[in-house]
Design a protein around this ligand. Structure first.
Ligand code: SF4
Ligand code: SF4
Length: 283
C-alpha cells in the first residue's frame, strides 16, 4: 500500500497527519514514512533519531574542449538554455541543466561525457519500533527537487506499507511524489484559500487517476463550503480534526497527537482502513 498525504495549500497540517498515521500503524505493522517535501522536510522533527545519510546525484555534461569543434549542436539541442556555444568554448550553466543526457548523444565529436553532481541527500532512520523514516533534502541552491524525491521513493520501493508526505501545492515535485501511489489523502482547512487550493489538488489527482479522500483539519465547525464541494464531487470526508488549543500546543512542541492523546489512535487507524478501501487494497 502506497499512500500519499498531500494538500493544495501549505500549512494545513499535512505532515501532522502523515506523522500520526505512521505512529499509529507502526504499533501493529512495519511502516515506512517518506518525507518528499524535500525543500523543507520536517518529519524528522516529530521523530528525532540517529540517521545514516547518503548523497543524491544527477549526471551533468562535461565538455572536453580538446575534442570540441564548437559546432553548436549541443546548445541548439538543450531546451533549458544550459549550454551556450561560443566560437572558442562551451559555457555550461549547471543550475539550468535537467540531466536529460541529450547533449552528449547529439555531439558529433563525442566531446561530452557525463559526471555526477550532488543535488541533495537521503537520510534514513528507525525512530520507533516498526517505523522507518526516509528524508529527502534538497541542497540549498539546487533547483532539482524531482531527482531527490525519486531517490527517496526508490529507497522505499519494496516496503509493504509506505506513507509519502508530499510538498504542498500542485507543482512538479508534488506530481512526482504522487505518481504511482495507490491513494491520496488531501488535507484541507475550511478557509477560502483552503478550498481554492483543495480544488487545484483534486484536479491534479483526478488527472493522475488517483483515488482521493479528504481530511478537514482545524475545523471550527463551519465546514459547509468544503462539505458541499466534496459532496458535489463524491469525495469522502474521511476525518475531521477540530480547531483545538491543546492539539495546536502538541503540534508546536513537535510532539505526536496520538502519543499524547492515545484515544486518537483509533481514528487514525480507521482513516488508514478507509484509505485501503479507497485504493481497493485488501487487508
Ligand atoms: S556538440 Fe560537441 S562538438 Fe559541438 S559544440 Fe557541443 S560539445 Fe562541441
Ligand atoms: S543534459 Fe540535457 S538539460 Fe543538461 S545541458 Fe545537456 S541537453 Fe541540456
Amino acid at each position: 500500500m502506497k499512500l500519499a498525504v498531500s494538500s493544495g495549500k501549505g500549512g494545513t497540517g499535512k505532515s501532522m497527519m502523515a506523522a500520526n498515521l505512521a505512529f499509529t500503524l507502526a504499533k501493529i505493522e512495519e511502516v515506512t514514512l517518506v518525507d518528499c517535501d524535500v525543500e523543507e522536510p520536517n518529519l524528522h522533527l516529530f521523530f528525532p533519531a540517529p540517521v545514516t545519510t547518503r548523497d543524491v546525484t544527477v549526471l551533468v555534461p562535461a565538455v572536453n574542449e580538446s575534442l570540441c569543434n564548437h559546432c553548436g549542436k549541443c546548445g541548439e539541442f538543450c531546451q533549458y538554455g544550459a549550454l551556450t556555444v561560443l566560437p572558442d568554448r562551451v559555457l555550461f550553466f549547471p543550475e539550468l541543466c535537467h540531466s536529460c543526457g541529450g547533449c552528449s548523444l547529439v555531439c558529433p565529436k563525442a566531446a561530452i561525457h557525463e559526471e555526477p553532481k550532488r543535488v541533495g541527500t537521503l537520510s534514513t532512520s528507525f525512530p520507533l519500533r516498526g517505523l522507518k523514516l526516509i528524508t529527502g533534502t534538497l541542497d540549498t541552491g539546487s533547483p532539482l527537487a524531482v531527482p531527490v524525491i525519486r531517490a527517496a521513493k526508490e529507497e522505499a520501493a519494496h516496503d509493504p506499507v509506505v506513507i509519502f508526505d508530499t510538498a504542498p501545492g500542485t507543482s512538479c515535485p508534488v506530481v512526482e511524489a504522487l505518481d504511482g501511489c495507490d491513494a491520496c489523502i488531501l488535507v484541507t482547512e475550511s478557509t477560502p484559500f483552503g478550498l481554492h487550493d483543495l480544488q487545484l489538488a483534486v484536479d491534479v489527482t483526478a488527472r493522475l487517476g488517483m483515488p482521493v479522500g479528504v481530511v478537514i483539519n482545524r475545523s471550527d465547525g463551519k465546514d459547509e463550503e468544503t462539505i458541499r464541494f466534496c459532496t458535489d464531487l463524491d469525495l469522502d470526508i474521511m476525518m475531521t480534526i477540530p480547531f483545538d488549543r491543546e492539539i495546536a500546543a502538541i503540534q508546536s512542541r513537535g510532539d505526536i497527537l496520538c502519543r499524547v492523546q492515545p484515544e486518537w489512535q483509533k481514528d487514525f487507524h480507521a482513516l488508514f482502513c478507509k484509505c485501503q478501501s479507497l485504493a481497493g487494497v485488501e487487508r
